[in-house]
Design a protein around this ligand. Structure first.
Ligand SMILES: Nc1ncnc2c1ncn2[C@@H]1O[C@H](COP(=O)(O)OP(=O)(O)O)[C@@H](O)[C@H]1O
Ligand SMILES: [Mg+2]
Length: 188
């Protein structure tokens, strides 16, 4: 579902904080290395959308957004031409099969998809409008999730980025079972 999966092919930039760290994830725009303390990871992001999401003063906060500990600055340049920013953030986990977080993620993807279908003629604006509708609707997905959808919708309007929550890879969980939007935006 969603956009085709392309994986960034760049090598991990050379940086003292990254030396000897194990790579645990890679997406279209980011590389994730385990810090090794069970609590944190180093995320090397090349998408400006991800950089805004993780570092902006008015970035969305609340139960369902990742905790960011530090912005270690620019550590290189991706083949795409964008700078690589190094972010130290909380370590998240794939959704456990059968968990409440997985249930909530499935539900969310389902209702967001339905809203997208409804607005499919809007082209580029589809996801933005669908998310806005979801955040405003009376649909019952829990108070903290509702607040997080509204915060995500506001952020998307403010930063002119697009939602990317149809791909279950972009939804992860904390050890305590909380669903987290680990990678909810992109720039077209
Ligand atoms: N905070 C995190 N903790 C652990 N693994 C992560 C974290 N964030 C992302 N990952 C892993 O790295 C992969 C790529 O990250 P993602 O944020 O989706 O990057 P992209 O911007 O390239 O799509 C994810 O599919 C996931 O497996
Ligand atoms: Mg992703």
């Amino acid at each position: 579902m969603g956009r085709p999966t392309v994986i960034i092919a760049d090598p991990v930039p050379v940086h003292p904080l990254l030396e000897g760290k194990r790579e645990i994830g890679r997406g279209e725009y980011s590389i994730v290395l385990d810090k090794g303390d069970e609590e944190r990871v180093y995320k090397i992001v090349s998408s400006p959308a991800d950089y805004f999401l993780l570092t902006a003063d008015d970035r969305p906060k609340g139960a369902h957004f990742p905790i960011v500990f530090a912005d270690h600055g620019v550590v290189g340049r991706a083949t795409s031409g964008y700078p690589f920013h190094l972010i130290e953030m909380e370590k998240l986990y794939p959704l456990d099969a059968g968990s409440a977080a997985e249930d909530l993620a499935k539900r969310l993807i389902e209702i967001y998809w339905a809203a997208c279908e409804q607005w499919s003629t809007l082209g580029m604006d589809m996801g933005r409008i669908a998310l806005h509708q979801l955040a405003q609707s009376s649909i019952d997905i829990g108070g903290t999730m509702k607040d997080s959808l509204a915060a995500l919708s506001d952020f998307i309007e403010e930063y002119q980025v697009l939602p990317d929550i149809l791909n279950a890879d972009n939804l992860m969980m904390r050890k305590d079972g909380t669903l987290v939007f680990s990678d909810p935006v992109f720039i077209a």
